[in-house]
Each structure stands twice: as C-alpha cells, then as structure tokens.
Design a protein around this ligand. Structure first.
Ligand code: PLP
Length: 262
C-alpha cells in the first residue's frame, strides 16, 4: 500500500438514484473513469426509475456536515462536485462544506428536474443556488432549461442567461441538446470574458444521468490539474462517448455507459 500513489479525490455532494443512472452512482463511475477517486456524501434519497422521479427526501444538515467532516479530516480533497441538493437549506449546507474545504475548485451542476420532468428540488432551489452558491463555485454546468430558471429568463437564449449568471459565478458552461437542433451547441463562458464553443453530434434518445456524468468528469479533470477549457473539452468528449455507448435496461431513458465496453 502506498499513500503516495493515491488518485486525486473528488468530494461529491449529490442525491442517490436507486436505478443507478444518475446521482452519486453516476458521479462515482465518471470520476473513476478519469482516474480519480470519488468520496460520495449523500444529500438526498430519491424514488425513481429510468422514466421519472416520484419522490425525494433531503437529509439533515448535521448528517451532511458530519459526512463532509469525516472526508475532509482524513483525505486531501482536490475538487468538489455538487449535484442534487434538493432544498434551499441544503444549498446553504453545501456552502458550509465549501468553506470547510478551503480552496478546492467547485463544479456546480444545478440539478432541478429529472429528464422525465419530475422535480428534484423545492421551488426556491434555483434562486438560492444563484444568490448563495454560484459565487463560491469555480464553474457551473447548467443545461439551457436550468440556466433559464436560475437567470429567471423563461425564454432566454444561452447568451442572455449567461449575461445574468456571470454576475454570480466565475465560469459557466451552458450545455445544449434540450431543443430540436440537430447538433449540440455547448458554450463555455470564461471569467476573462472569452467564450469557447464546443459543438457535438446529437445522438438519438433521452439519457438519464448525462448532466451528472459531465459535471463529475469535469470535476475529475480539474482534480487532475487540467485547466479550463481543456478540462471542459475532455469532459464533454467523455460524456458524449458514454451516451453513444448507452444501455437501455428499463422502460424509460437510456443510461450512459461510463466505463468503456471491454
Ligand atoms: N441527481 C439525482 C439524484 C437524480 O436522480 C437525477 C436525475 O434523475 C439527477 C441528479 C440529474 O440527472 P441528469 O444528469 O440526467 O440531469
């Protein structure tokens, strides 16, 4: 056993999806696939299948802080990935954890709804995320519907939403694919005012856990020391491959295959 050859560690605060497509399982797999180690702290439990979510329960503040303390007192955390938080009070708990972890870069995936449309958070989560958590994040990775909710622009374009959200967060990746377009238009907005477009071929079908996969892969890339925008490009390329190779185990959406087919 050699402590010195340990992989970089990514602390995850996310919900649990019992079907294993999204949430912490997605985080663990995507982070492991970047050759990093995930330290998964559970924020919420959900009841769902590959089609939709029927219920969720957010855990207590003290349980999250105790999980984070156990991780942070034991291992060096190289990046933090935030997924489903579920309530305004859990957003504030995540802010506490970020302060406990000092300087690790934070990737915030603003999870508000499942692909099937079911809610994965109370109504005030988007607003509290924007006001209190985005200022602590290194990068947020909303898709366009999530960016519109946080920016309070129901019909806004990615650029219009970014103009609002960049007042709160340093870097922003707005992902495409939620409209009818034949290509995925992803745009990375950087804190120096520049932006980078990453266009990908659209794949047929709907996927359960694609946003979790992307944000976790990105957190892993940052934990390895990669700089933006290279880390974003690698994470998007990786995510696209997991969707290309996705499985259809149930009656609903496909599940990304996060480890290559042997
Ligand atoms: N986190 C949890 C616990 C979930 O159950 C889901 C979706 O069902 C998500 C996050 C978001 O999934 P996606 O990556 O498809 O946006």
């Amino acid at each position: 056993m050699n402590r010195h050859n340990s992989r970089p560690i990514v602390l995850c605060l996310s919900g649990h999806d019992p079907i294993g497509g999204a949430g912490l399982q997605a985080d663990i797999e995507a982070i492991a696939a970047q050759q990093c180690h995930a330290a998964p702290a559970v924020t919420a439990l959900t009841i769902q299948d590959t089609a939709n979510v029927s219920d969720f329960r957010v855990l207590d503040h003290d349980w999250i802080i105790a999980q984070a303390r156990a991780i942070l007192n034991d291992v060096p955390v190289a990046a933090i990935k935030l997924g489903m938080l579920g309530s305004g009070s859990m957003v504030r708990t995540a802010c506490e954890v970020i302060h406990m972890a000092s300087s690790a870069p934070v990737v915030c995936d603003p999870v508000l709804r499942a692909e099937g449309g079911g809610a994965l958070g109370e109504d005030d989560v988007g607003y509290i995320l924007r006001e209190e958590l985005l200022p602590l994040a290194f990068i947020a990775t909303p898709n366009l519907p999530e960016a519109r909710i946080m920016a309070e622009l129901p019909d806004g374009t990615a650029d219009q939403c970014a103009a609002v959200l960049l007042k709160y967060c340093k870097n922003l990746l707005i992902t495409g694919g939620h409209g009818p377009e034949s290509q995925l238009h992803n745009r990375l907005y950087m804190q120096d005012g520049s932006f980078h477009d990453i266009v990908q071929q659209r794949l047929p079908g709907k996927y359960h856990g694609s946003g979790c996969t992307l944000a976790s892969a990105l957190a892993g890339r940052l934990a390895l020391g990669e700089a933006l925008p290279g880390a974003v490009q690698s994470a998007l390329d990786y995510t696209w491959r997991t969707l290309r190779d996705a499985e259809a185990p149930g009656k609903g959406q496909y599940i990304p295959r996060r480890f290559p087919i042997a």
